[in-house]
Structures are given as structure tokens and as C-alpha cells.
Write a protein of this length. Structure first.
Length: 605
């Protein structure tokens, strides 16, 4: 059976000057803004719009609210919004036709533009100077290959899975653009074939792109692969200068490859990926060493775990430039004319600060933070007091979560049941906390959400930050070589976790870490816990639990909160989870299964 779907039509907004037409246009049809591929060969300013579509659909830039809200689908948080899609998903409404995690539709549509760009770029005269034209061609092709690898990673993360016959499958691989005569009823390729295609695209991106963008003053500093083509510093800067920062680069492409390798080596995917833990560890080490130096731990950003609080530095941050923690990021901005914003604070500030308290961290997550001495709160020697639960804790608890007694914006937040305002537990449905906690991480304390005097601040979203890659390396290195094994990289899982915990403020005499140092299984759990803490509310927990294949009992762990009455602290159940065992993998959209009988659905969906 041959099915057809609507091919992505090339519709690029014309330059503003095209709108300045004569009066005769009121009587004659205007020139069409729909261009064929052949027409675009002579229209470089329009042709580059193909690549613009790829960036508009960047999966890392989609749904900024969902970035924090995906935690609501895990044991880390709940939402006080009854209509929250992730809340509904976690409570039993996740289906192939109701999937908040779906990336299939918009990424598969934009994949067409990427393929068109790869085919078109060699045919376009990008500049009158032949050397500049060649460098533009290489840049645009490299960006397209890199973005296609990024798309592949996110599509696999959301939709790869095992079919009823036990085979691990990915997505249909399309390396050519489609036309109205194309065959659209294509079967899925295996997961391994998809990973191989991702790696091949990364290699193409590396071949064409510089490690980083930026102006160059001296022609001797132009990378040799461009110097051999005759590029001077002026031509390099014209094509790859500061104006291009924050685009797909060779460094970012390598990071995508490393992220995909970690996923592929993980328990849910390893038996069908062909990727080993040591391969993943080495790729992650490459990202760290090329980005931070041969001894990357010596250059770990001392404030990297509170990057969102550095809003004063963000105010003066030039476009595309990064703080030391950030590898790749969004543009700074917001809804206001000066690019400041307050939307995430309006969503999540406590009600007394004119917020809606949407994301409520769980007691489960709070319990994951150790004591300041590094011992888990379950350790009898930790010093944990259930009736004084926030004393002497890991400093990251106060950094990331608002709890009863937290001072925030100059006032004390009271979440006790008998509190005096709507910050109290359950006081106001839809605004008050359901767990006894409010979100603090990601929020800029200097923002004012008072409607009568609202004032925003600059925000960024780090699409990739080095702490993620340190923790990913620690995970892969521990699995490959044990807690203290370093392969050929010069640093171990133990070294990474020690640096991360010391940066956090854990006591230097970290007896718990030293115990884990001798036990691979204990180190695995510690690494996973550190990842949970360091990356909380950044959209990792949902995917981590599934790639670890932790089992349905962990996915269904009851979310708990803290009820405080008359200064008495009591843990209570807030929300049950209703996942099935097959849900470690997401579904292929039901609408696609109906249209294309060559697509085989993942088991259980």
C-alpha cells in the first residue's frame, strides 16, 4: 500500500522590502512567495531560510514551560494545575494518541528542510567571492548535518523502543528530501542503524564546521582546513565570526554524539545499539577535554550549579558568548521589549509573591539531598532529625527548593498547614503547594511579579552545560572501568563526583563517597543521585529513569510531601503514579500508525 502525506512546503517569509510594492499590486496577483528548489539556487538569501526552519524546530528550544514541567511526570514533583498534561500523563492518561512527550510531528516535518538544505547548498552561489562562497557552503551543510544528528537523538529518545518481536527499533531514516511522488510508507530502521546514521552526520558536521565561531584578527589563526581553501581572517570572520555564535558547531555536534552514546549504552538500549560503556565514556571525555582542557576537572565552573542566578552577568553577556558552565544555550530574552522576562517566576513563585506555585518539588526529591557531611539521611550516623529536617543539609537543598522557613525575596515562606497566607499547604487550589515545597531553581529572585509593578530579568536556557557531561562521564566510566578507573582519560568517576560534591559544599571529609569508592554498585547509585540533584528541573529525570530501565515499581513510586501542623513534621502521600512496564519506551504517534502500515508500533502501545 502506498500512502501519501503532505510534504513540507517551502514557505519562507520574504524580506520586508518585498512588501513595498506598487499600487498595481492591488489589481494584479502578487509574486508568489512559494519558491521551488530550482529557483532557490539563484536566491541565497531565501535558500538559507531552509536552515532557519531547522533552528526554529530545535527540540532543545521547544516548549520552555515543559522544560520544568516534565519533572511532574516523575517522582521529583507534582503540579497544582489539574489540567497539566504531564500530571495527567503520570496518572494513567499516557497513550499513543495523547503523548506530551511526542517529538515526531514537528521534527519529522522539519527534517525535510534539513535534507533540502544538504542537497541545495552545493548548488547555490552564496557569495561573489569564491572562497567566501565555499566557506558558506561548508558552514550551511555542516549546520544541517549537525542539526539532523540532534533531531535523530531526540526522536530516538522519545520514540525508539522494542516491538512485539523484541527488536529494538528507531525511526525511518530519510537522507533525501521528499516530493509528491516519494514513497511515504517507510518502515522503521533499527536503533543501531539510526545511531550509525547519527554518528555519520556528526562526522560530516565536524568536517565542515569550526569548533567554535568567533572573529579572527590574524590569518595565521584561521583553522588549517579553511586556510587551505584560501581563507583569510577577514573571510573567516565574515562567514564564521561572532555573528554566527550559538549556531550548530563541531563542538556541539560532538556533544550530541556523546549524549546519544550515553543513551545507547544504557540498560534500556544496550542490547540493540552496539555501543559500549567505554565508547560512551571516551566520547564524553572528548567533549570535556576539548571544551575545558586536558584536565577538565581543574576548570570546573565553581558557580556552575547556580548558573541561573547569575543574572547580573547575563545582563552584560554579549550575544552568543557563554559563561564557563555553558556549552550551548538559548538566546537571552523574554516577553518584554528589553528582552527581560518574568514568565517562569509568575508560574512558580509562591502565591504571596504573586506566583502560581505550579511546580511543587516532592519529598522524594528533598530526601535525595544528603546531609552536609555527605551521608544520606537514612544513615544512622548522618545526624538527620525528622522534626528539624532542613538543618545541616546539603547546601543545594536551599539553593534549589523553597521549604518551610526559607527566606526568599526578603520574606519568610511558611508552608505549614496553619500558615497565615496562601503559601500554606493546600490553602488555595491551583496556586498553593500540594507537597509543602515550591520551586526555587531556575527562578531569578530579583524578578517582581506584582502586576502593578512587574519587573523582569534576563534568562537563558542552557541547552547543554558541562555539569551534564561530567555526570554522564562519571556514569559511563563507572560502568566501564569501576569507580576509580579512568581508561586513557586521566580522571575517574570518583574524581568527578568528588569535585561535584565539593563544589556543592559537601564536607571535604566525605566518608560516604570514600565508601562508594570501593563498590561499583554503590557508586552507581551515588552517581544517579548526584545527577538527580544537580540536574533537577532541567528535563532529565523522566528520560534517565527510562534509559536506566529501573522497573515499573520505581516509575510508580508514590509522590510524597511534608505536612507541618503545630511545628510537627509528617510525611504524607500526595499522588500515585500509573505507568505500565512497557512505558520505558514512548509510542509512535497513533495517527502515524493509522496512516502508514509499514510502521510497527512499540510493544504495549
Amino acid at each position: 500500500m502506498k500512502n501519501f502525506r503532505k510534504v513540507a512546503i517551502l514557505t519562507i517569509i520574504a524580506p520586508l522590502t518585498a512588501a513595498l510594492v506598487g499600487c498595481d499590486d492591488a489589481f494584479e496577483p502578487a509574486v508568489e512567495n512559494h519558491k521551488t528548489m530550482e529557483q532557490l539556487e539563484d536566491m541565497p538569501q531565501w535558500a538559507v531560510g531552509l536552515l532557519g526552519h531547522a533552528y526554529i524546530s530545535n527540540p532543545l528550544g521547544q516548549d520552555a514551560v515543559g522544560w520544568t514541567m516534565t519533572e511532574v511526570a516523575t517522582d521529583d514533583a507534582v503540579s497544582n494545575d489539574v489540567d497539566n498534561t504531564y500530571r495527567r500523563m503520570a496518572s494513567g492518561q499516557w497513550r499513543a494518541d495523547n503523548n506530551p512527550m511526542d517529538t515526531w510531528q514537528y521534527l519529522r516535518a522539519s527534517w525535510q528542510y534539513i535534507n533540502q538544505m544538504i542537497e541545495l547548498a552545493p548548488k547555490v552561489t552564496w557569495a561573489s567571492d569564491p572562497t567566501a562562497a565555499e566557506l558558506y557552503k561548508q558552514r550551511f551543510m555542516g549546520e544541517a548535518y549537525g542539526m539532523r544528528a540532534l533531531y535523530m537523538y531526540h526522536l530516538l529518545r522519545a520514540h525508539a523502543g522494542k516491538t512485539a518481536d523484541g527488536q529494538l527499533m528507531g525511526i525511518p531514516i530519510l537522507t533525501e528530501s521528499e516530493t509528491v511522488t516519494s514513497e511515504f510508507n517507510n518502515p522503521r530502521n533499527t536503533f543501531k542503524e539510526c545511531i550509525d546514521q547519527l554518528n555519520a552526520d556528526v562526522e560530516e558536521a565536524i568536517k565542515y564546521l569550526p569548533e567554535d565561531y568567533g572573529n579572527i584578527d590574524n590569518s595565521n589563526d584561521v583553522p588549517s582546513k579553511y586556510r587551505q581553501l584560501g581563507a583569510t581572517s577577514e573571510i573567516f570572520t565574515r562567514v564564521f565570526g561572532d555573528h554566527a555564535k550559538n549556531r550548530m558547531s563541531a563542538r556541539v555536534a560532538k556533544a550530541v554524539r556523546a549524549q546519544a552514546a550515553l543513551m545507547a549504552a544504557s540498560p534500556a538500549y544496550s542490547d540493540g545499539s552496539g555501543v559500549t560503556w567505554d565508547q560512551a565514556a571516551n566520547l564524553l571525555a572528548t567533549v570535556l577535554k576539548e571544551g575545558l582542557g586536558s584536565n577538565p576537572l581543574s576548570n570546573i565552573d565553581p558557580t556552575g550549579n547556580q548558573w541561573y542566578n547569575e543574572y547580573a552577568a547575563l545582563n552584560s553577556l554579549a550575544p552568543g558568548f557563554n559563561r564557563p558552565e555553558i556549552l550551548w544555550r538559548s538566546n537571552k530574552g523574554g516577553e518584554d521589549p528589553d528582552n527581560s522576562s518574568s514568565w517562569i517566576e509568575t508560574l512558580n513563585f509562591p502565591p504571596s509573591l504573586f506566583g502560581n506555585g505550579r511546580v511543587n518539588p516532592s519529598q522524594n526529591l528533598v530526601d535525595a539531598f544528603p546531609m552536609a557531611n555527605g551521608l544520606p539521611i537514612t544513615d544512622p550516623n548522618s545526624g538527620y532529625d525528622p522534626q528539624n529536617p532542613y538543618a545541616n543539609r546539603d547546601p543545594r537543598l536551599d539553593l534549589y527548593i523553597i521549604h518551610n522557613g526559607t527566606t526568599f525575596k526578603g520574606q519568610t515562606i511558611n508552608t505549614a498547614v496553619d500558615g497565615s497566607n496562601d503559601d500554606a499547604l493546600g490553602r488555595d487550589d491551583g496556586r498553593s503547594t500540594r507537597t509543602g515545597y515550591y520551586l526555587k531553581k531556575l527562578l531569578v529572585e530579583d524578578v517582581n511579579c506584582n502586576p502593578s509593578n512587574k519587573a523582569g530579568q534576563f534568562h537563558i536556557r542552557p541547552w547543554m552545560r558541562y555539569t551534564e557531561f561530567f555526570l554522564s562521564y562519571a556514569e559511563a566510566a563507572n560502568e566501564a572501568w569501576g569507580p576509580t578507573g579512568a581508561g586513557s582519560n586521566g580522571f575517574s568517576a570518583y574524581d568527578v563526583i568528588k569535585a561535584i560534591r565539593q563544589r556543592a559544599g559537601i564536607n571535604a571529609m566525605d566518608s560516604y563517597l570514600e565508601t562508594c569508592k570501593a563498590d561499583k554498585n554503590m557508586m552507581r547509585e551515588l552517581i544517579r543521585n548526584e545527577r538527580r540533584i544537580e540536574l533537577c528541573f532541567e528535563g532529565f529525570r523522566f528520560w534517565d529513569l527510562r534509559r536506566w530501565n529501573v522497573g515499573v515499581s520505581k516509575l510508580n513510586e508514590t509522590v510524597k510531601g511534608m505536612r507541618i501542623t503545630n511545628n510537627h513534621y509528617e510525611v504524607f502521600n500526595v499522588e500515585d503514579r500509573k505507568y505500565s512496564d512497557y512505558m520505558i519506551y514512548g509510542p509512535i504517534p497513533y495517527s502515524e500508525i493509522l496512516k502508514f502500515d509499514a510502521l510497527i508500533q512499540n510493544k504495549g502501545w
